[in-house]
Design a protein around this ligand. Structure first.
Ligand code: SF4
Length: 298
């Protein structure tokens, strides 16, 4: 362990637990891509395992913090965000990473997602989006395409899928990106940027589920909209970002994968900063009070 704030070289192997288990994800699962990208991003962002908390929901994605050496909290279904919010408010020095699947985050925890974005809480949220409920064996999820057949929708889904990027922007997230497990370098860079961003940073991470979503071939190849000359938009411009998101979400339904950084607002204060401005939160971390024998709780 290092002292909080101490500057030293950080090796990504520090994020691998010294004790097994090995990941039990299926061979070829996109969840491995998230784990690898996260282990690459945190050292580059200068964060050590003892400065980091991973909070997960329920699902295959929820196993992330079992395979990751940091503080960890495996919550109940859809509730990673309120736990992450509380942890960050109590200890702003902690690097908080919330993670969960598309069913967990956009379905069961959809209400938390909307309000965490609206309030601009300062942490990173990675949604493993494989367009299916993987752990419970392949049911239709909020991002399954219309017409997708599963055990719960044997005649094909009659529902329009959630559009995560547009939803996030509309709700108020100040950093919105999409990446894919097939693109580990871009994924690492985007996670690093999300970690360094002050405010709610949402990454919709396309993770293939070869076991239960064999039709989802659309994850390869991808196009990076920030690098490709066919796409010209400014991620700091809300209207241009919204248009690019719509195009990206339509393209995915047609089998074309667009990824990249879609929106960033560096000027909007985080929830904690807003509370400090109105005098409801002290400058020092709340958690420090619990270790201060002389603190006057009156
Ligand atoms: Fe990954 Fe799907 Fe296997 Fe779950 S069921 S570990 S999401 S491939």
């Amino acid at each position: 362990f290092s002292a909080i704030g101490e500057e030293r070289e950080i090796d990504q192997d520090e994020y691998t637990p010294g004790i097994e288990p090995q990941p039990t994800w299926c061979p070829g699962c996109g969840d491995f891509g998230v784990l690898k990208a996260l282990k690459g991003a945190l050292p580059e962002a200068g964060r050590t395992p003892d400065e980091t908390l991973t909070v997960t929901g329920i699902g295959c994605s929820g196993k992330l913090n079992s395979y990751f050496n940091s503080y960890g909290f495996h919550t109940i279904h859809g509730r990673a965000l309120p736990v992450a919010r509380a942890a960050k408010l109590a200890n702003p020095g902690l690097e908080v990473i919330a993670a969960g699947g598309d069913g967990d985050g956009y379905g069961i925890g959809g209400n938390h997602f909307m309000h965490t974005a609206r309030e601009n809480h300062d942490f990173t949220y990675i949604v493993f989006n494989n367009e299916i409920f993987g752990l419970t064996k392949g049911q239709t999820s909020p991002t399954s395409p219309k017409g997708h057949k599963s055990k719960t929708q044997p005649h094909g889904s009659a529902k329009e899928p959630v559009r995560p990027l547009s939803l996030s922007l509309t709700a108020g997230a100040s950093f919105v990106a999409r990446t894919a497990a097939v693109n580990p370098n871009q994924a690492k860079e985007l996670i690093k940027e999300a970690i360094e961003h002050d405010g709610f940073a949402h990454i919709d991470f396309l993770t293939q589920c070869p076991t239960w979503n064999k039709d989802a071939k659309q994850y390869v190849p991808y196009i990076d909209v920030n690098e490709n000359d066919d796409y010209d938009f400014d991620p700091t411009n809300r209207e241009e970002a919204a248009e690019m998101m719509r195009e990206t979400e339509n393209a995915l339904h047609e089998g074309k994968v667009l990824t990249g950084k879609y929106y960033v607002d560096e000027d909007r204060p985080s929830y904690q900063q807003e509370k400090q401005q109105i005098g409801e939160m002290p400058e020092e971390p709340l958690a420090e009070r619990y270790f201060d024998d002389d603190y006057d709780w009156e």
